[in-house]
Design a protein around this ligand. Structure first.
Ligand code: PLP
Length: 285
């Protein structure tokens, strides 16, 4: 028999919380978030907002939990853990958004908000009438991570040029977010993908090679979770974003050939893979 005490074996990994929804198939949602955070050395907790019956081909059913259950999960985690970062994902309804906002009202660490609306397969992940409620969550966001479609829906500006991208991101900062990472994966920029980070002070472009694959299921969840994980490690925002993009690029480059659909990104991409493919530059330099 061996006795293990906290005093003799102190190991305090960074802790991050995902407030989102499950994907029974394991490619997206909380299932992707926890794997990504664990893979990046972070102890992950979760507050489940809704449960989806889902696989790599789409969402079959969604069951939304009562708002008080969401708030209770966030409260339970807040009472017991030193949370280094929070990520929010699919919140499903206005009540889901408001439960998240009230659960996080006493928390003042970094919050990465992925303003999820519709899946790649076309499934509605947020009831359309709830979109305006996102503004209440944006107030808490250290970083907002919309794709081009989400940014256009939220602002009316289509980020199809560098100028329009900064304009859309700035409009979202005006609505309460501290910073915006506008993802360029859905924008036609040829063989490269340009993700743009706009903070109150600076703007950066991150350029990666476009990966020709339909195994993108879970990529948005993976990116926002990877950034949250790196923020929980204490990275500065622009570094956390760079490492998050590198990790997601690796997960896209070595996808998981699972399911009968297109497969998904590989959140468990091997450690030997060098996460260093992105080029960062400051806009205006
Ligand atoms: N399912 C859940 C529970 C999600 O949270 C998300 C995205 O946030 C998706 C599905 C969408 O996944 P994708 O568009 O990457 O296929």
């Amino acid at each position: 028999m061996s006795t293990v005490s906290r005093e003799e074996h102190p190991e305090t990994p960074p802790y991050a919380l995902t407030v989102a929804s499950t994907d029974s198939g394991g490619g997206a949602g909380i299932t992707a978030d926890v794997k990504t955070m664990n893979r990046l050395g972070v102890y992950a907790g979760c507050a489940v907002v809704s449960v989806t019956a889902q696989h790599t081909r789409g969402v079959e059913r969604t069951h939304v939990l009562p708002a008080e259950e969401v708030a209770a999960q966030v409260d339970a985690v807040r009472e017991d853990f030193d949370i280094g970062a929070v990520k929010t994902g699919m919140l499903a309804t206005e009540a889901g958004i408001d439960a998240t906002v009230s659960g996080l009202s006493e928390y003042d660490g970094p919050v990465v908000v992925d303003p999820v609306m519709v899946s790649t397969a076309g499934d509605v992940l947020l009831e359309p009438t709830a979109i305006d409620a996102y503004d209440r969550l944006f107030e808490l966001a250290t970083l907002l991570t919309p794709n081009a479609d989400e940014a256009a829906e939220l602002t009316g500006v289509h980020p199809d040029s560098p100028e329009a991208t900064v304009e859309a991101a700035t409009a979202l900062i005006d609505r309460g977010a501290d910073a915006v990472l506008l993802k360029g994966g859905h924008v036609d920029t040829g063989e490269e993908v340009r993700d743009t980070l706009v903070t109150g002070d600076d703007s950066y472009t991150y350029v990666t090679d476009r990966v020709e694959t339909d195994r993108t299921h879970g990529s948005g969840c993976t990116l926002s979770s990877a950034i949250a994980a790196r923020l929980a490690h204490g990275d500065a925002l622009e570094t956390a974003v760079e490492r998050g993009i590198n990790f997601t690029q690796a997960a896209l480059t070595r996808p998981a050939d699972v399911g009968r659909g297109p497969g998904s990104v590989n959140h468990l991409v091997e450690t030997e893979f060098e996460f260093d493919t992105v080029e960062r530059s400051t806009i205006g330099d």
